[in-house]
Design a protein around this ligand. Structure first.
Ligand SMILES: [Zn+2]
Ligand SMILES: [Zn+2]
Length: 477
C-alpha cells in the first residue's frame, strides 16, 4: 500500500515561528517562505486559548494546558480553546481529499489524534502518517472526521450532529468495503479500531464500549497474523499494540456469556517475539503486560459473577504480574506507568480472588514476610503507592492518556483516611477530561464518589460491582 498523497505543510501566517525548525526537517524542500507576522495587537484580557470558564467569568486565563491555574484552584473542569497545529494541510491539486474535508481532517491530525497515544505529536502514527491510508470515499476518512467533529465539541450530546452524519457514512462505507473485499486488512483494522474506541466517547450513558467493533478487530488481527505478507506489513506492530491496549480497556466490560479468549498461539508468539523489541506509540514496551491484563480482566469479571475460582490460574496471574520486567528503564515515567498497571492487575486479583498465595518471588517483602497483612491492607498499600506515583507524572506529560485505568482501580481502594488523595484523584480525572475531553473520565470520577460514600457507610463493594449495578460499561482507557 503506497502513499497516495503528498501532503504539504505550510506555516499559518499569524503564529508561525515556534515549530518551524522541527517541521522544516520533515519537509524541508516543500516549505513555503514563512509569512511575516501581523502587527502586534494590543494585549487584551481575552487570551487566545483562554478557557471557557475564565471567559464566562471575564477574567484573564493563564492558558496553562490541559487545565488552567484558575480552574485548578477551583477544582473544576477546564474547557480550553482548541490549540490547532501551527501548520496547515496543503494538498496538491491532484489530491482527492476535498477542501470540505480539510478543517475536520486538520483537527484530527493536529489535535484529536493525540488523545489515543502516549507519544509526542511528531511520533504519532495516527496523525499525518495516517493520511496515506485515506481514500476520499472510504470508511476511514469519515471515521476520522466523525471523531474530530465530536472532539471539537467536547463529545457533548448537543454538538454531535456532524459527528453522527460522518459516522453513518463511515459505517455504510465500511460495510461495503467488507462485503466487496475492497480494503486491505490493515485499513479495515484502522476503521474498526477507531469506530470502536470512539463508541465509548460518544455514548453519554456509559454503556456502549464498541463491542462489535472489538470482535471484528480481533478477527482482523487473526487474519493479519495468519498471513505471511500481512504479518510483515509495516502497520502490523502498530495494529497489535493498539488492539491489545483497547482489549485490555474492555476486558472487565465484556459480559461473561459473551467473553472470548483473546489469546491465540499466533498472537502470543507475535507479542513475545516482536512487540517487546520496538517501542509502541500507545503501549511503549508494555504490550506483554497489557496482554496479561486482557486475560486477567476476563477472569476477574467471570469470578465476580460466578465465584468459580481456578487457584492455579490465579497463582499464575500473580506470578506473571510480579515477574513482569519493565524494559523501558530509560524513561522513569514509563516505569511509573507500567508499575501502576501492574498494581492495577494485582489489586483486581487480590480484591476478587483473595490473597490465595504468597508467591515466593514477590518483590514486595513486606507482604510476604509479614503474613499478618490483610487483603485490605495489601490493596490499600498498592493503591496509595500507585496514586502517589501517577500524581508525580506532570499534566503536560504524554503518558497522561495511560492514567485513567490504574487511577480508577487504585482510587477505588482509598479509605476515608485518604481524604486528600481522594481529592487529588478527582482533580486528576478532571484534568484528564480537560486534556482529552473523553466523557468517561468524568463518569469515572462520579463512580468513585458514589463508591467512597457507600464504602464509608460500611458497604463492601468494588468499583466493578458498582459499575455493573449502575448498568454501565465504562471504558476509561
Ligand atoms: Zn482559564
Ligand atoms: Zn480553565
Amino acid at each position: 500500500m503506497g502513499s497516495r498523497y503528498r501532503i504539504r505543510f505550510a506555516a499559518v501566517a499569524q503564529f508561525a515561528e515556534p515549530t518551524l525548525g522541527k517541521k522544516k526537517k520533515l519537509d524541508a524542500q516543500q516549505q513555503p517562505p514563512v509569512q511575516p507576522q501581523p502587527p502586534n495587537r494590543a494585549r487584551s484580557s481575552r487570551s487566545r486559548y483562554g478557557c471557557e470558564e475564565c471567559r464566562q467569568s471575564r477574567v484573564k486565563c493563564d492558558e496553562t494546558f490541559p487545565i488552567c491555574g484558575r480552574c485548578t484552584r477551583r477544582g473544576v473542569v477546564c474547557h480550553a480553546a482548541t490549540r490547532e497545529s501551527q501548520w496547515q494541510l496543503h494538498l496538491p491539486p491532484s489530491s482527492s481529499i476535498k477542501d470540505d474535508d480539510e478543517p475536520l481532517l486538520h483537527h484530527w491530525f493536529s489535535t484529536t489524534s493525540q488523545i489515543i497515544v502516549s507519544t509526542s505529536a511528531d511520533d504519532n502514527p495516527f496523525s499525518y502518517p495516517i493520511a496515506q491510508y485515506i481514500s476520499p470515499t472510504g470508511s476511514l476518512i469519515h471515521t476520522l472526521k466523525s471523531i474530530s467533529a465530536a472532539h471539537q465539541n467536547f463529545f457533548k450530546p448537543r454538538g454531535l450532529q456532524r459527528c453522527l452524519e460522518e459516522r453513518c457514512k463511515a459505517l455504510r462505507a465500511f460495510r461495503q468495503e467488507l462485503v466487496r473485499g475492497e480494503q486491505s486488512l490493515q485499513c479495515s483494522f484502522l476503521t474498526a479500531y477507531l469506530l470502536g474506541i470512539s463508541s465509548s466517547y460518544l455514548d453519554r450513558y456509559g454503556v456502549d464500549y464498541g463491542k462489535d467493533h472489538l470482535l471484528a478487530a480481533h478477527a482482523i488481527v487473526g487474519l493479519i497474523l495468519a498471513d505471511d505478507t500481512a504479518r510483515n506489513h509495516p502497520l502490523t506492530h502498530l495494529i497489535v499494540g493498539a488492539f491489545v491496549y483497547w482489549d485490555m480497556s474492555c476486558a472487565f466490560l465484556v459480559d461473561t456469556p459473551e467473553q472470548r479468549e483473546i489469546g491465540t498461539p499466533l498472537l502470543d508468539g507475535y507479542i513475545t517475539d516482536t512487540m517487546q523489541q520496538v517501542f509502541h506509540p500507545i503501549t511503549g514496551r508494555c504490550t506483554g503486560l497489557f496482554y496479561i491484563l486482557c486475560r486477567l480482566g476476563r477472569y476477574v469479571r467471570r469470578v465476580s459473577e460466578t465465584a468459580d475460582h481456578n487457584s492455579v490460574l490465579e497463582l499464575q496471574f500473580e506470578r506473571e504480574l510480579l515477574e513482569w520486567d519493565d524494559e523501558t528503564k530509560e524513561d522513569p515515567m514509563w516505569t511509573q506507568t507500567s508499575h501502576a498497571f501492574r498494581s492495577h492487575g494485582l489489586i483486581m486479583l487480590y480484591r476478587f480472588c483473595g490473597r490465595s498465595s504468597n508467591y515466593p518471588g514477590s518483590p514486595l517483602p513486606a507482604y510476604t514476610t509479614e503474613g499478618c497483612f490483610t487483603t485490605d491492607d495489601l490493596v490499600r498499600n498498592h493503591a496509595v503507592t500507585t496514586i502517589s506515583s501517577l500524581l508525580c507524572i506532570p499534566l503536560a506529560s504524554r503518558h497522561l492518556c495511560l492514567q485513567p485505568i490504574p487511577l480508577l482501580t487504585a482510587g477505588a481502594e482509598l479509605t476515608s483516611d485518604d481524604a486528600c488523595l481522594r481529592q487529588e484523584v478527582r482533580s486528576r480525572f478532571k484534568a484528564l477530561y480537560s486534556f482529552n475531553r473523553i466523557p468517561a473520565h468524568l463518569a469515572a470520577e462520579e463512580l468513585l464518589v458514589s463508591l467512597w460514600e457507600l464504602k464509608d457507610s460500611g458497604q463492601d463493594i468494588t468499583w466493578l460491582e458498582l459499575m455493573l449495578l449502575k448498568g454501565w460499561r465504562l471504558r476509561v482507557g
